[in-house]
Design a protein around this ligand. Structure first.
Ligand SMILES: *[C@@H]1O[C@H](CO)[C@@H](O)[C@H](O)[C@H]1NC(C)=O
Ligand SMILES: *[C@@H]1O[C@H](CO)[C@@H](O)[C@H](O)[C@H]1NC(C)=O
Ligand SMILES: *[C@@H]1O[C@H](CO)[C@@H](O)[C@H](O)[C@H]1NC(C)=O
Ligand SMILES: *[C@@H]1O[C@H](CO)[C@@H](O)[C@H](O)[C@H]1NC(C)=O
Ligand SMILES: *[C@@H]1O[C@H](CO)[C@@H](O)[C@H](O)[C@H]1NC(C)=O
Ligand SMILES: *[C@@H]1O[C@H](CO)[C@@H](O)[C@H](O)[C@H]1NC(C)=O
Length: 274
């Protein structure tokens, strides 16, 4: 009986589990709480060390401080297929629960492929209602950097937002998704369809993000309609192909050339007249 419960327990935790993409990855943050000589206590990587008791901590932002914006970013090492982002903000218990939510309020999450355009692809923006201190958002997209951002440089904020002393303390940020290229599904064990562009597909249902030349359809498993070939099936087979049909990828005529024409796509005149 106990064994069965254990099995059930293990099953519950082994299914529905995307890979942990952020654990131990390198992180940076806009500022670190004045820390000499104990900077490690507040460093950016405390948010990906698997320990809820250690948290990154920035310098405060808000009306009482020079800094008005704060950010923290993790580098997943390469472009990965992301499923979700979980933020675990410092929870000091019941007494400070609302204050902590008021500090987290209004934050955004961004996903990008380079650090230059880190603010371009927004995955989530909080507000006006205060977020829970343990927050999860689904963001099914490919990307390399995940950036947390918050600011207190506006003049009016929704009820409950802290505005004068806003400390950011991220204890864990867990980005889940699939580590291996070309795989999708909850256990990252299903292969993306063969003709997906760069073998990239949607992490939950396997639809391709784009197709390689000569293929179309959500799963890129249909060849171009007859008479068409190439990238996005947008090129017309040569008019000199027999029956107007050509190879879906390269465009060579499937049944040879119409009389008088030669070459792999029948674009050369054949000199048969004497
Ligand atoms: C992911 O790694 C973090 C440490 O960064 C750990 O706390 C967490 O339990 C892991 N989550 C999953 C889903 O494996
Ligand atoms: C990152 O690059 C991949 C592959 O080119 C692309 O599919 C994805 O949309 C990009 N992600 C962002 C956030 O721009
Ligand atoms: C706060 O400052 C940032 C960075 O300068 C800027 O991008 C953002 O638009 C500002 N927000 C407001 C509400 O002024
Ligand atoms: C797969 O998911 C994407 C994004 O949610 C959606 O646009 C698409 O229609 C889905 N395709 C199938 C076959 O479920
Ligand atoms: C394409 O793949 C999808 C999903 O595997 C399948 O349902 C569909 O029948 C396939 N279509 C063709 C034309 O092979
Ligand atoms: C085939 O036709 C395309 C234009 O449709 C042309 O660009 C290409 O050079 C041709 N290839 C050959 C081998 O003639």
């Amino acid at each position: 009986m106990e064994f069965l419960i254990l099995l059930l327990f293990m099953h519950t935790f082994s299914t529905n589990a995307y890979d942990n993409l952020s654990e131990g990855r390198s992180c940076i943050q806009s500022s670190t709480w004045t820390c000499v000589p104990s900077c490690h206590l507040y460093a950016a990587n405390n948010a990906v060390d698997g320990d809820m008791n250690t948290c990154m901590r920035s310098k405060p932002i808000g009306s009482s401080f020079p800094d008005k914006t704060v950010w923290w970013r993790v580098d997943l090492g390469d472009i990965k297929s992301i499923y979700s982002i979980r933020i675990q903000f410092r929870d000091y218990g019941k007494q400070y629960y609302h204050r902590q939510r008021g500090r987290l309020g209004g934050f955004s999450l961004y996903i990008s492929n380079t650090t230059e355009i880190q603010w371009s692809n927004i995955c989530y923006r909080n507000g006006p209602e205060l977020p829970p201190l343990d927050f999860i958002n689904i963001c099914t997209i490919y990307g390399r950097y995940v950036t947390f951002y918050n600011e207190r440089n506006g003049t009016t904020y929704p009820t409950g937002y802290e505005t004068s002393i806003v400390l950011t303390e991220l204890c864990e940020v867990i980005v889940t998704g699939c580590h291996k290229d070309g795989f999708y599904g909850q256990n990252c064990d299903l292969t993306c369809p063969l003709h997906c562009q760069d073998r990239r597909c949607h992490i939950t249902n396997g639809t391709c993000l784009g197709c390689t030349a000569g293929w179309i359809g959500e799963f890129c498993n249909k060849t171009c309609n007859e008479g068409w070939y190439g990238d996005k099936c947008s090129r017309h087979c040569s008019f000199n192909c027999q029956r107007g049909v050509c190879h879906n990828v390269h465009g060579e005529c499937s049944y040879g050339c119409k009389p008088g024409w030669k070459g792999s796509n029948c674009s050369q005149l054949q000199c048969v007249y004497t």
